[in-house]
Design a binder for this molecule. Sequence first.
Ligand code: DLL
Length: 436
Amino acid sequence: MELSLIWNEKYECMPQSELKALQIERLRETVSRVFYDAPFYRRAFQERGMGPDDVKSLDDLSRLPFTTKNDLRDNYPYGLFTVPLSEVVRVHASSGTTGKPVVGGYTRHDLEVWAEVMARSLTCCGATKNSVIHVAYGYGLFTGGLGAHCGAERIGASVIPASGGHTKRQIMIMKDFGSTILACTPSYAMHLALVMEEMGIYKSDLKLQGGLFGAESWSQNMRSQLEDRLGIMALDVYGLTEIIGPGVAVECPEKQGLHVWEDHFLFEVIDPETGEQLPPGSYGELVVTSLTKQAMPLIRYRTRDITTIMAEACPCGRTHRRIGRFVGRTDDMLVIRGVNVFPSQIEEVLLRIAHTEPQYQIIVERRGQLDELEVQVEVSGQFFSDEVRRLETLERQIRREIEDVLNISVRIKLVEPKTIERSEGKAKRVIDRRQL
Ligand code: DLL
């Protein structure tokens, strides 16, 4: 596989000083666009006594107002568009956790930019025009399917628009059509790998070389397992409907953090409590500002996703700064008896323990005044029918290792293979039954 490929060397390897100059020019254009064409932003700027000419350097960014998910909801569906609907050629939406969906609109130029950043991202994963790219992200309002699709077409690869579901048929297609790159959520990739094993299809029967996985958090251990089971290099891709979809940031083959495509997206990491910018190395909430979006540019959008800025240059040659893999979201962080728990911490432990399947669910309940955390884990078929004593030993080992990491007590429930619901898109790892 040609790993050192770069899709657009001029921009991806642009010196930071030139990138910064480009960013300020594009930020000024974006601020002016939202000020004149989106009443929401004009009000927000005027409340701070600011106008578009007050943005002179990147340092002025911290004086600009934030945009939150609530602001999107209040302006649902088209209130933040800065072009007439006649200029909008595509609309996507994400289901969101509650209430109305979050909407993203695209002009023709926005679709071009999206295809460009996804072409860069797929190229990181080894894609070329000779690749057969199997897109098993859902097609539809969700941005995963069409986002990966248009990036793959931009490269000139052969695209298989498989979408989600029909897992056995997908595996047959991957085998028969010679798919070389798989693009889907990591939980669906794992499901594909497990079903392949059941069907007696080996990784050597496929031509897969790379996997571009995202849309949900996944641990390093999940990566190792996917790489091993599918015989691929698995990379992390990040994005969100509000900003553009997948392709905001992506790992390169160094697998040390995700490069944010800084010529299109300006990013900060802030303390979610105070809103202050945090220095490299500190974990906080990722905030993204559009630099080239036309239909719905957002200023300082609070993603709720938790990561950190990595200041060091990357040996791959790309100059765009990196952020760490996502720890989780501020809203999927569980607070259990005052302790912050991320599902990804539990996954990290589970996936290194033998005799368990990489399928799990976390259940939170309140008994009296106390929160209780139960982790249900599937045990491999052979092991489940073994003697009870071995199951008890395994249960104890999992409990001890999770408690070591979380510092709170947990209950472990080993369940039979195939009892936990499989995901075709984003996995539902947490069931919170507390009435908070
Ligand atoms: O999930 C876009 C996407 C599609 C990204 C395919 C990557 C691949 P939404 O449905 O709007 O868009 O959900 C966005 O998903 O705010 C994160 O919480 C989460 N997310 C996305 N990528 C990652 C990732 C798509 N690589 C929300 N790691 C975001 C962790 C991710 N979380």
